[in-house]
Design a protein around this ligand. Structure first.
Ligand code: HEM
Length: 410
């Protein structure tokens, strides 16, 4: 992370993102106790509320916090105005709560929450785009950052349009915008960002080198093709475009997984630490998601889609994020607290700053939780689902405790 250190944002600016993100994660798990899997629908207000609390409060919150640190690493320039990050997290937290509440109890509140989220993300987009502007020549990963941010912008606009429709303020055909919204925000922003960042982070933590990047490049192109076709479908209601769009999305995931396999094969560091385990579980989940995605493409069955969504969110995204926290947080704390002491006194190693036992508990509880809940959803049995949620909750509590341990490491 040599280049990052010159432009590193203050630690106290990033901490609230990680703490709030983990609180939203715990909140989403508690929310799962209120879900009835014998009667689960993708479009029920509870599902929509839960998905936004998880995606905005946990996933986007932590991605933004990590971006405060990573944008300068990737772009090799300092932030345009890093202070703006002090306003993003409170707005995002308030907007997310209003949206979560709005979906279930008061659809009129939804556009208000949506606009607050839009302002928070607008500030993030503005800051990131102004920072990108300082770069003379964009490399591949920088381009992924740019594309992902453009997707997010349009995806949020569609979100607001749907929220106005959901709140009964304007008459719109929500289903028309829904697929584009999901493709632009979720696959487009979250997916491409994770793809781009993993290309920086995985080779760095696993010390992989001299491998070809071709596979992930094709994956990103395939993905852009997919989103373009989905937008074409939005404008011209063309089913062939829609199906080809789905196909290209699955192809893109397959190519990305192959790239990860290549990086994994060329790694020099063979340590099986908590980061490694979390990533293996996370990518195994993505592989299952790919298989479920293919099955859904063929059979169009909602049950498959629900299990697909579950493993994608809590298996893949959840673990790739928590796994990275075990690397990113110790680095930030170490840089802030111990790097000035080098040469003056003995400083800890990064690995010493991770609570090993707590991390092991967190990992296994989460793995059991994800698997049990997946079965519970698949066979529509609440008892199995809730026992899975209990495991997940225990894993989440350990994660929160581990995070506090790393942040307060003296
Ligand atoms: C301004 C912020 C946002 C607003 C106002 C918004 C609004 C909405 C609305 C109204 C729906 C439901 C449409 C329906 O009735 O079926 C929806 C669905 C969805 N949104 Fe958002 N959204 C926002 C941000 C996001 C972001 C950032 C993501 C992803 C990171 C996201 C992911 C999704 C997903 C996955 C669904 C589909 C859920 C399902 O089918 O169960 N949204 N959004």
């Amino acid at each position: 992370m040599a280049v990052s250190t010159d432009f590193a944002p203050p630690f106290k600016l990033i901490v609230p993102y990680f703490l709030l993100g983990m609180l939203f994660y715990l909140g989403s798990i508690m929310y799962l106790f209120g879900i009835d899997v014998s009667n689960l629908s993708q479009f029920s207000p509870t599902t929509l509320s839960l998905i936004h609390i998880f995606l905005l409060g946990f996933v986007m919150m932590i991605i933004f916090g990590a971006m405060a640190q990573l944008v300068p690493v990737v772009l090799e320039v300092g932030h345009f105005a890093v202070e703006l990050y002090y306003v993003i997290y409170p707005l995002l937290a308030i907007g997310t709560l209003l949206m979560g509440f709005g979906f279930v109890f008061s659809p009129v509140l939804l556009p208000f929450g949506g606009v607050i989220v839009l302002i928070a993300m607008g500030i993030f987009l503005f800051e990131t785009l102004m920072t990108i502007q300082k770069v003379k020549k964009l490399n591949f990963v920088m381009k992924t950052v740019l594309i992902a941010n453009i997707f997010l912008f349009f995806g949020l606009l569609f979100g607001i349009i749907m929220a106005l429709g959901y709140g009964g303020i304007v008459a719109v055909d929500i289903t028309k915008y829904l697929i584009s919204h999901i493709f632009l925000t979720f696959f487009g922003y979250v997916g491409i960002t994770i793809m781009g960042m993993s290309l920086i982070l995985l080779p760095m933590f696993w010390l992989s080198h001299s491998f070809s990047w071709k596979s992930v490049e094709y994956s990103v192109y395939s993905f852009i093709g997919s989103v373009s076709l989905i937008l074409f479908h939005l404008l011209f209601s063309n089913n062939m475009a829609l199906n080809t769009g789905y196909f290209l999305l699955l192809l893109s995931v397959g190519l990305y997984l192959y790239q990860i396999f290549v990086i994994y094969k060329t790694r020099v560091r063979k340590e099986k630490d908590i980061y490694f385990k979390s990533l293996v579980f996370s990518y195994a989940s993505l592989f299952i998601v790919l298989l479920l995605g293919i099955s859904y493409f063929i059979f169009q069955n909602e049950k498959i889609l629900l299990v697909f969504g579950w493993i994608l969110l809590f298996g893949y995204i959840g673990n790739i994020i928590t796994g990275h926290l075990y690397k990113i947080v110790p680095f930030l704390v170490w840089y802030q607290r111990f790097s000035p002491l080098i040469g003056k006194q003995k400083v800890p190693m990064l690995a010493d700053m991770v609570p090993q036992l707590g991390a092991t508990f967190q990992f296994y509880f989460t793995v059991f939780g994800v698997i049990l809940c997946g079965f519970g959803i698949g066979i529509e049995m609440n008892e199995i689902f809730y026992s899975g949620v209990s495991f997940l909750f225990a894993g989440g509590v350990f994660m929160f405790k581990n995070l506090l341990f790393m942040i307060n490491f003296k």
